[in-house]
Design a protein around this ligand. Structure first.
Ligand code: ZN
Length: 130
């Protein structure tokens, strides 16, 4: 999947702004079968988890609004991101259990400013190109 450097920087900035909590948001772009997706826009969401320092849950109303905005811009849902304020950029057991969409899950390691993408629940890492 292709994540342009400016968007990667904005993902890290969102993650830093939410410390000590985890951030969450959607990624819109173009899905190109066989080639991977192109990320074009990010949609930061509110972390509505009861324990936002340890997990993330996107507010359902905000998810709907973001999906509508994405569609209005002619983009598809190509990824979901959240952060691990203390790292690492590896899915937790909860991340795997809660994964419900067939798109890559991106994780920002705030400590190391690292971003990685995974297919869940398979846990296969997806290369992130800039
Ligand atoms: Zn996580």
């Amino acid at each position: 999947m292709h994540l342009p450097a400016p968007l990667r920087a904005r993902l890290i900035a969102h993650a830093r702004a939410e410390v000590p909590c985890e951030c969450v948001g959607l990624l819109g772009g173009h899905d190109r079968p066989g080639v991977g997706s192109d990320v074009r826009a990010m949609y930061p969401l509110r972390n509505a988890a009861p324990d936002p320092q340890r997990t993330y849950i996107a507010d359902p109303g905000h998810v709907l609004r973001a999906l509508k905005a994405m569609r209005a811009e002619g983009l598809d849902l190509v990824g979901i991101y959240h952060s691990h304020p203390r790292g690492p950029a590896v899915p937790s057991r909860t991340d795997v259990q809660l994964a419900a969409y067939g798109v890559p899950y991106l994780i920002v390691d705030v400590q190391r400013e690292d971003v990685r993408a995974y297919r869940l629940p398979e846990l296969t890492e997806e290369p992130l190109l800039s």
